[in-house]
Design a binder for this molecule. Sequence first.
Ligand code: PLP
Length: 424
Amino acid sequence: MKQETKCIQAGYTPANGESRMIPIVQSTTFKYDTSEEMGKLFDLEKEGYFYTRLQNPTNDYVAKKIAALEGGTAAMLTASGQAASFYSVFNLAGCGDHVVASAAIYGGTYNLFNVTMRRMGIEFTFVDPDCSDEELEAAFKENTKCVFGETIANPALTVFDIERFAHAAHSHGVPLIVDNTFATPINCRPFEWGADIVTHSTTKYMDGHDMTVGGVIVDSGNFDWMAHKDKFPGLTEPDESYHGVTYAERFGQGGAYITKATSQLMRDLGSIQAPMNAYLLNAGLESLAVRMERHCANAQKVAEYLEAHEKVAWVNYPGLPSNKYYERAKKYMPNGTCGVISFGVKGGRPAAETFMSRLKVAMIATHVADAHTCVLHPASSTHRQMSDEELIAAGVGPDLVRLSVGIEHVDDILADLEQALAAI
Ligand SMILES: *Cc1c(COP(=O)(O)O)cnc(C)c1O
């Protein structure tokens, strides 16, 4: 099936007389006739449901759809994108381990890694995603367990060289994890370029309507854990907390990573997505392909308009031929990148604030990547915990305005920008 068809049909096929939409299984528990039957589920000997903190049918339909869209073997929904980022790394790295991460990642992910996960004893080395081969090579250590990057960084809009980082990760015997939130599997499928695990904040384009916070982790099934047995004992040696199961043996290359994340991390940390939210996410996913097309078409026109405007100092959009990442974006995302643009208004911070306060169609919101056009000044909001040096290293200057172009008629968006720029 093509991506457009998978958006509608993957993950759930109703049998004769069953509901056409996925059922919302709003139940914490599941009933069994005998204790023995339930015991088999606890031993992971049989597939099934017993408690929604571990698995729920509604969530699984949606996880399957996203796995199909990304071309992966298994997926797990999480309560938020943050939970997905955390689980994706913590499933591989623990106290005393090390991770290589691109410096151009979402501010929340940066804090998670650099502050909270450091406190858990995991060491991170952040590299400029455009660093030299020598610098990238030097970032790896004996105890490195994975590499993490973001397809299109929020909000720096740096395009990540997935193939290059996948190659570097594999040459050190570790997998590459890619946060594919902004590109979505409609515009980029990181597995086709060598990534091993993909994460999303489904809060953004996948939901697409400002309704639910959520996340997902997808496994490609391509990483051979057993070939790097010593590096990943959590997958290749018996889990004493789970009746001595060895995930990579019992569930194979395509199932080990997600089964461990579900039966161990989700069991213990409990960041499950509510079935009702999964249902809403599924409704959003049905129109993902058409929405992405419109987001990209609108954003392209808006970026071109801003670039030609005398009151605009600079525009950052990977779809502009003047952009540093234009060629790389063409390679990884030939049909378009995303609806998010960043730019600077001449006159710096005060001019940007005047401009923002005059907007009517574009709303000020701590959100991006949904149907509504919205606008944000990261240095005074989402990224305020970061120092100026850290901001610049992450590609987010103090004057940057982030504009998330929605799917309204582009003429209304352009007219709104025109009157707000005129007020400066
Ligand atoms: C928003 C976002 C996150 C965090 O997701 P939440 O759903 O807000 O927890 C992670 N990565 C990227 C790229 C994001 O845009």
